[in-house]
Design a protein around this ligand. Structure first.
Ligand code: RIB
Ligand code: CA
Length: 309
């Protein structure tokens, strides 16, 4: 697998954490630009710093926007814990975030690594939208943008039926990105549901003695318990799926090129990712919509990131 230079926009977050472990195992990680989302920015920054410490990397962490662009939004602490990492009471890292704002770091790193930077956006798109408004030429320097977000046939997980969390938390930011970024890879919630991991399988991997497995076992306990209690047959790890697609694009077995736009006004549909499946409006496709991946290769990427495979 080619060693990509990856910049990760993230709101850690339990599934974010697994994706970040995978990125450090398989690629060169240029930084974490942190968003608010799953929980507040103070927690998502602290979680990012702690995870980098656990990995033993020197990856810089850049704090981003504390709120969505326009409207306040509900977090996902009920999934990830009040602190976003399973409320384990971990000892905070002694490291600090950089002084540079996440949006500015995205722009600066896009110049330093112009042409071979892969940007993986697995959080509300607030930081990326700001970066785009500051410098609309940003897409020209980014080799590939992979977005975890949306629900391409309207089966979402957020406050309106069709909205997925990353889009629904800041629909205005998502609209800025979806309406201006020429082409990106979209890994949505529906693909996530299709590619859950069996509890027995993930728990076997988390039994590994590797510190990464042990840390992830602790911070994911609450999310695993909540998922089981909700009757889900498998653990759903959206950001890990998006990261797997970024790290190994060949795991994608089915995808479609379509135009996707974000609804920002609908009383019933705010945050929906509306796909022109029949290309009726005649606008060029802006997204490669991932519909299916090779599950065993996906799980192998997870296993190796936990030191378990
Ligand atoms: O809908 C799933 C997405 O929302 C993931 O990125 C998860 O971390 C949350 O941010
Ligand atoms: Ca996330």
């Amino acid at each position: 697998m080619e060693k990509y230079k990856i910049l990760i926009d993230t709101d850690p977050g339990v599934d974010d954490a697994l994706a970040i472990l995978m990125a450090h195992e398989h690629a060169q990680v240029l930084g974490l630009s942190i968003a608010a989302g799953n929980v507040g920015i103070e927690h998502t920054v602290a979680n990012g710093l702690k995870l980098i410490e656990v990995i033993g990397a020197d990856t810089p962490v850049f704090a981003g926007c504390a709120t969505p662009l326009v409207h306040a939004a509900a977090d996902a602490a009920y999934v990830h814990g009040q602190d976003g990492f399973g409320d384990t009471g971990y000892t905070p890292s002694t490291r600090s975030a950089e002084s540079e704002h996440a949006a500015l770091a995205i722009l600066r790193l896009s110049h330093v690594h112009a042409g071979n930077l892969v940007l993986v956006a697995m959080a509300p798109l607030t930081n990326l939208a700001l970066a785009l408004r500051l410098d609309p030429t940003l897409p020209q320097r980014v080799a590939k943008l992979v977005i975890m977000g949306g629900a391409v046939t309207g089966r979402g997980n957020y406050e309106t039926v069709p909205a997925e969390f990353n889009i629904g938390f800041d629909p205005e930011a998502a609209h800025v990105v979806f309406s201006t970024w020429p082409h990106f890879v979209l890994v949505d919630w529906e693909a996530t549901v299709q590619h859950g991991i069996e509890f027995a399988r993930i728990e076997a991997l988390l039994a590994a003695s590797d510190p990464r497995a042990q840390f992830y076992r602790a911070i994911s306990q609450k999310t695993r318990d909540w998922t089981r209690a909700g009757g889900r047959p498998k653990l759903l790890i959206a950001d890990a799926l998006a990261m797997a697609v970024a790290l190994d694009p060949d795991i994608v077995t089915r995808a479609k090129e379509r135009r996707v736009a974000v609804e920002i006004n609908g009383a019933l549909t705010r945050g929906a990712t509306v796909v022109d499946w029949d290309s009726r409006l005649g606008r060029p496709a802006n997204a490669q919509i991932v519909l299916e991946v090779d599950q065993s290769r996906f799980e192998s990427l997870i296993a190796s990131a936990l030191g378990a495979g």
